[in-house]
Structures are given as C-alpha cells and as structure tokens.
Design a protein around this ligand. Structure first.
Ligand SMILES: NC(=O)c1ccc[n+]([C@@H]2O[C@H](COP(=O)([O-])OP(=O)(O)OC[C@H]3O[C@@H](n4cnc5c(N)ncnc54)[C@H](OP(=O)(O)O)[C@@H]3O)[C@@H](O)[C@H]2O)c1
Length: 276
C-alpha cells in the first residue's frame, strides 16, 4: 500500500544529503588528476579510447586485456605521453577467480580503484536456431558473467573505500532488435547488463555511482560487419558509424565530478540510430 500525503511529510534523519564538495568550474570538474581508473577490453576499440581519455584527463590507468597485447604498448605510450602511471593486466573476464585476483592486484599496485569500466564484450551474431549451446554459453560468459564478476569484485573494493564509480558498456542492442542479422543472444546479454547496472546504482547508493553507456555502431572490430554495413549507415540518422574519439567525452563525463548527480543512467551514443 502506498504512503499517505501525511506519511510522506515526515522528515527522515540525514536528509537531504549534502551537495558534493566538487569544483564549480566545469573544466575542473572533468579533471581526473589523482584518480585511478581500470578499463576492460582496453587494448583498442572503445576501451582503448576510454583508457586514452582517462589518461589525457590525468588519471592513472590499468588497461585490462585478454588476447591483444597492444594493451601493453598502449600503457607504455600513455605513461610517456601524459606523465601518468599506466599498466596492462591480462585477464579473461569470464574466469571469476582471475577477475578477483586481477582487480585485487590493480588495487594493490595503484593503492585504490576510483573508476572501473566493464567494457569487454563479444558477439556471435546468429539466429537462436543456428546457435549452438556452446556459442550461447560463450556469449553469456563474457558479456554477462564478465560484467557481473567485475562488478562483484570491484564493488567490494568500492564499499571498503566508501567511494567508487562503475561504468558498463552495454549497447543499443539492449534497446532495439538489430536488423538485418538476428542476434537474440547478444541482444539479451546487453539487456541484462543494462538492467543490472541500473539495479546496482540503487544497491550501491551509499558508496558508488553506476551508469551504463549504450553505443550504436562504432567503427571497431565489433562494429558493423560487411553484411550489415549498408543498413547501419541507412538507419543511423547521421549516416555513418561512430569514431571511437566520439565516445571519449561521455565516458569522461561519467567518470568525473561533472556527473556527481548522475547514477542509474543509460546513455545512448548512437548517431540517432534508435530513432528510426
Ligand atoms: N563497436 C560497436 O559497434 C559496439 C556497439 C555497441 C556496443 N559495443 C560494445 O562495446 C564494447 C567494446 O567493443 P569494441 O567495439 O571496442 O570492440 P573490440 O575492439 O573488439 O573490443 C572488445 C574487447 O573485449 C575484450 N574481450 C573479449 N572477450 C574477452 C574476455 N573473455 N576477457 C576479457 N576481455 C575480453 C577484447 O579483448 P582482447 O582483444 O584483448 O581479447 C576486446 O578488447 C563491447 O562490450 C561491445 O559489445 C560495441
């Protein structure tokens, strides 16, 4: 039964909470100096651009990768270019114990983790009737288990620190059913992580913010393949895929003090794709 108007007027101890002690100058709000960020899938693509963005804004960055050693060179380049600390860590996000160990090592090496971007993902784009159970389980193990494992173990660190910021890379595929190739399992995994992220925003309200980014087609290895490229151009209002430099600002906003009143949000960056 919902509360009466009279019941709702009873003041609760501790409310309203104080405004955060953050800079008023908007460019200062975007600075990440002194912060530690960890990004999965950081060797290239969207995660690589996000790691660059955080280093450019002054953060120390842990670049987590699975098979692509370009993360090691990227960490070295970021250290040299920006005078920050960066290091690469090899981890398969579908391995819970490896995720727990890697996150603990990052926190030990850097002293803390302020920002964690659960970005790693993969797709086997097929109709369910053509998808083997192994292919189904593989997508769940990376896109769902991987995000859950990262959130669970970094969440423990955020809770112990009393602060933290989790950003999950979901997809427009959590909003729309992709055409022309049916890919219900991938779409379902992204719908899971979007609602999972929103749910964590409430669960972690005392110590961390959690937000979701839903990209449209971006020109990466996971961007539009040959079968869907023309349709991706047609359905995007802007008539093209995104360049990864065009998603850096959103991830920086969500990681920074510019977004201290933003939690539980799911932000589309899709060239207007879902409008059509
Ligand atoms: N590009 C798009 O059009 C688009 C659209 C919507 C959403 N997204 C999402 O954006 C995220 C990044 O994708 P991207 O476009 O940047 O493509 P990408 O360059 O292929 O990035 C995918 C990343 O996921 C990592 N990964 C895959 N399996 C992993 C595992 N088992 N353990 C750890 N890392 C693993 C890969 O690491 P290694 O290379 O080191 O193995 C790779 O860096 C994904 O979650 C994807 O679903 C992309």
């Amino acid at each position: 039964m919902s509360m009466s108007i009279e019941d709702c007027q009873v003041a609760r101890d501790g409310f309203p909470r104080p405004f955060p002690d953050t800079p008023a100058n908007v460019l200062d709000q975007f600075r990440l100096t002194g912060r530690v960020a960890a990004v999965t899938g950081a060797a290239e693509g969207i995660g690589g651009a996000v790691a660059d963005a955080y280093a450019e804004a002054g953060a120390d960055v842990a670049l987590l990768y699975n098979t692509n050693p370009a993360a090691i060179e990227r960490a070295e380049a970021l250290t040299k270019q920006h005078g920050i600390r960066a290091a690469a860590y090899k981890v398969d996000v579908s391995d819970a114990e490896a995720v727990r160990e890697t996150i603990a090592k990052v926190a030990k090496d850097f002293g803390k983790i302020d920002i964690f971007v659960a970005n790693a993902g993969m797709a086997i784009s097929k109709p369910i009737l053509d998808t083997s159970l192994d292919e189904y389980r593989k997508q769940l193990s990376v896109n769902v288990d991987g995000v859950v494992f990262c959130a669970k173990y970094v969440g423990e660190i955020f809770k112990a620190q009393g602060s933290g910021n989790l950003i999950i890379t979901s997809s427009i595929s959590a909003h729309i059913v992709n055409v022309p190739v049916d890919q219900p399992v991938y779409n379902g995994t992204k719908a899971f992580v979007t609602h999972f992220g929103k749910s964590l925003a409430r669960e972690w309200r005392e110590f961390a913010r959690v937000n979701v980014v839903s990209p449209g087609f971006f020109d990466t290895k996971m961007g539009a393949g040959p079968d869907v490229l023309s349709e991706a151009y047609r359905l995007s209002v802007l008539g093209r895929q995104g360049h990864v430099k065009e998603i850096k600002g959103l991830f920086l906003y969500l990681a920074s003090d510019a977004s201290t009143y933003t939690t539980g949000s799911d932000m589309l960056v899709d060239g207007g794709y879902v409008l059509t």
